[in-house]
Each structure stands twice: as structure tokens, then as C-alpha cells.
Design a protein around this ligand. Structure first.
Ligand SMILES: [Zn+2]
Length: 72
């Protein structure tokens, strides 16, 4: 399953940090952050609870960049 989320982040470097944090979250198969469109596209592992996984993605992104936002 793939989902797209609107995000807010101040620069491409922080967007990249968010992408790495999202990719490292259990339940996430792949994640791509587009700074130009301020979107995060997430592909979830089969059977993953995308709402629970996104809570962890959010926490992990906040840990690497506290000035970011993901609109869940
Ligand atoms: Zn930044």
C-alpha cells in the first residue's frame, strides 16, 4: 500500500533527513520526500497498520529534525 502525506520542512537537507528517518521505520518499505512539492510518499510493508507506522515515522522525523511537520 502507498500513501501520500503533506509535510512542512524548511530546506532540502532536512527533507532528506526526514526521508532517511522514514525509510528506517519498521513497517515502511520505501519512502520518498519531495521538498519541491512538500510531499512524503510512503510505501508500507504488506499487512502494516499504516496509521500506527506513521506515528512512528512522525516520531523518528521529529527526532532528526524537530522543526518539521507531517500532516497525518
Ligand atoms: Zn533545514
Amino acid at each position: 500500500m502507498k500513501k501520500s502525506y503533506k509535510i512542512d520542512v524548511d530546506c532540502a537537507n532536512c527533507a532528506n533527513k526526514m526521508e532517511i528517518a522514514a525509510k528506517g521505520t519498521p513497517g515502511v518499505k520505501d519512502a520518498v520526500v519531495n521538498f519541491m512539492t512538500l510531499k512524503m510518499n510512503v510505501e508500507f510493508e504488506d499487512g502494516a497498520d499504516h496509521k500506527a507506522v506513521m506515528q512512528d515515522v512522525y516520531k523518528n522525523c521529529k527526532r532528526v529534525e524537530d522543526d518539521c511537520e507531517i500532516y497525518l
